[in-house]
Design a protein around this ligand. Structure first.
Ligand SMILES: [Zn+2]
Ligand SMILES: [Zn+2]
Length: 116
């Protein structure tokens, strides 16, 4: 079974496929590299109907091979995101910008009060 919509967490190409060597074992492999993720049939059923299968597979890969993938998670909230800007996910970046904005407003207000 080919899971064409999911990019390989190791090489980034789409060429993942699933092998079932036994009734209760599932292997995720890649046509393009030597990726191998083994899991139980039960685990596979749980993730394979998930709407974000590619994140689930990437996460499994990271759990099984820690250190092989460079930081793909947000430095601030530690959640796994693909849209990182300077290592920070967009929602954290927005929060960060709002905090800066608030500090600037309070700061300018304080200066204004000091001048008066
Ligand atoms: Zn691959
Ligand atoms: Zn974040």
């Amino acid at each position: 079974m080919v899971i064409s919509e999911v990019p390989c967490p190791k090489c980034g190409k789409t060429g993942l496929y699933v092998e079932t060597p036994s009734d209760n074992e599932v292997w995720v492999k890649c046509h393009e590299c030597d990726l191998f993720i083994g899991m139980s049939d039960e685990d596979w059923h749980r993730i394979h109907n998930s709407p974000n299968l590619h994140e689930k597979i990437a996460k499994l890969y990271r759990t099984e091979y820690p250190g092989s993938v460079s930081g793909r998670s947000c430095r601030a909230c530690k959640s796994e995101k693909d849209d990182l800007i300077f290592g920070i996910c967009k929602s954290c970046l927005y929060k960060f910008l709002i905090v800066i904005l608030v500090i600037m407003v309070i700061g300018s207000y304080a200066i204004w009060m000091a001048v008066l």
